[in-house]
Design a protein around this ligand. Structure first.
Ligand code: PHE
Length: 460
């Protein structure tokens, strides 16, 4: 029988939904989603992404929460205990390990980019967007990227904010923070959307995001859409599994996951619509401007709009909250593991994991200046490599293994027992999709990504 842990705190009603939504809604929705949609032909990409969320994202998220709640421990211990309880090999704890590692890797670069949003929040407060044009805005952004010490300073600030919350523990830290952050985030989003309506461009924006072009679909967009579905739902890396350990046993996992996924998709789509409405309302700027959409194009729009300073503060304030609630969930699996497995105090565990991620993050800081042209692999620099491998390989394979474990290794009765609150018919559909659809979709896409690379390597 596996070693059992002292029972930790369980969150109150509603906190899990807020925390999981906080984890899901982040830079992925607000920064990445609008620009990859812009670059990949709009609606066709949105559609693929929705299919991935429904067929892969939702079933895997349910599986992760079920494991976390059943194991009532960090992802490594939960996986190890459950696999030994069902008489299977403890090697399955690799799922937990990959999660802790992926969270650590993602945190290292995510915090660097989240740092930029702090810088932009301060710039908005100081009224620096007023009168910006495409060129001066570009210069503002490039000056930030070239300034290593400023980047390090913001990266340090962001990772410290994250560690600070976790140090206070599961209830006093995480739960309290999330109960304040998420409602504030939603209010800011509503203000922005309300204003986007007054620009008169909301229809142009919606048409841009929802008008369908079948020729725009390619294998590459399928991979992007799948990777993004994993990234934006925070699955395949133990964040949601770690939070699952704090979910009350009486809550329905199916309903919760559907709520979280709908909120996550809605925030992505609605911020996209608001951002493009601001962009279309400003003459001389383009929606398809790539990663610079949020940091270069949008400030120009804010700078030329009435109430632009206020909107800029609301927007970047919202992004900071979204990113912060995501980094908390990236750090939690590692902290919970050190705390529960080795008896570290949460303060030292948070400092240790955040400190190590901070150090690795310096590589990403350099990737935006000194190392930007340094190719590490296949034309990618340090930051692009980390982003590419975590999003397109680590998260999907973590998700694939979870789907196989829960769909094929765990007995149906066992998962059904943990999910008593859910309708048996829903459970049957869930299990079927988890067994046959999710793993095949993920495998097909991973193979399609790496096969061309492998053949290219052999041919060279
Ligand atoms: N879901 C977050 C976002 O969209 C990123 C994230 C990934 C957070 C994985 C936790 C785990 O920005």
């Amino acid at each position: 029988m596996a070693k059992r842990l002292k029972q930790h705190a369980i969150w109150g009603r509603g906190s899990f939904i807020l925390a999981a939504t906080g984890s899901a809604v982040g830079l992925g929705n607000i920064w990445k989603f609008p620009y990859i949609t812009g670059e990949n032909g709009g609606a066709a990409f949105v559609l693929l992404y929705l299919v991935c969320v429904a067929l892969v994202g939702i079933p895997i998220m349910m599986a992760e929460i079920m494991i976390g709640r059943k194991g009532r421990a960090n992802p490594v211990t939960a996986m190890s205990n459950i696999s030994s309880d069902i008489g299977s090999t403890r090697l399955w704890s690799i799922i937990g390990w990959m999660g802790v590692l992926a969270g650590f890797f993602i945190l290292s670069y995510y915090s660097v980019i989240a740092g930029w949003t702090l810088d932009y929040l301060v710039a908005a407060i100081e009224g620096k967007f007023g009168g910006l044009n495409g060129e001066s805005s570009n210069e503002l952004f490039n000056t930030l990227l070239a300034d290593q010490s400023r980047l390090v300073q913001w990266h340090t600030a962001f990772i410290s904010m994250t560690a600070l919350v976790l140090m206070f523990g599961v209830t006093k830290g995480l739960e309290n923070a999330i109960r304040f952050m998420m409602p504030t985030l939603f209010i800011l989003l509503l203000i922005l959307l309300g204003y986007a309506f007054t620009t008169g461009e909301i229809m142009t924006s919606a048409r841009f995001m929802f008008s369908f072009n079948i020729e725009d679909l390619s294998w590459n967009s399928a991979l992007l859409a799948l990777g993004h579905a994993f990234f934006t739902l925070s699955i395949g890396m133990g964040a949601i599994m770690a939070y699952g350990a704090y979910m009350p046993s009486t809550a329905s996992i199916g309903k919760t996951v559907i709520t979280v996924a709908v909120l996550d998709v809605l925030v992505g789509l609605l911020t996209g619509v608001a951002i493009f409405a601001f962009v279309f309302a400003t003459p001389g700027i383009e929606p398809s401007s790539g990663p610079g959409l949020m940091f270069v194009t949008l400030p120009v729009a804010f700078g030329s709009m009435p109430m632009g300073t206020f909107l800029g503060i609301a927007f970047f304030g919202m992004v900071v909250l979204a990113a912060w609630s995501s980094t908390m969930s990236l750090l939690e699996p590692g902290v919970a593991y050190l705390h529960e497995r080795f008896g570290f105090h949460r303060i030292s565990a948070s400092l240790l994991v955040a400190g190590a991620a901070w150090l690795l993050g310096l590589g990403s800081v350099l990737s935006f200046n000194q190392w930007s042209e340094q190719e590490l692999l296949w034309g990618m620099n340090f930051y692009s490599c980390l982003d590419f491998f975590t999003t397109n390989l680590l998260l999907p394979s973590g998700g694939l293994l979870t789907a196989i474990f829960v769909g094929w290794i765990m007995k149906r009765e066992l998962s059904a027992h943990e999910m008593q609150q859910d309708h048996p018919r829903l459970l049957a559909v869930w299990r079927w999709v988890l067994r046959y659809v999710s793993p095949i979709a993920v495998l097909a896409i991973i193979i399609n990504l790496f096969f061309p690379i492998a053949t290219r390597l052999v041919a060279d």
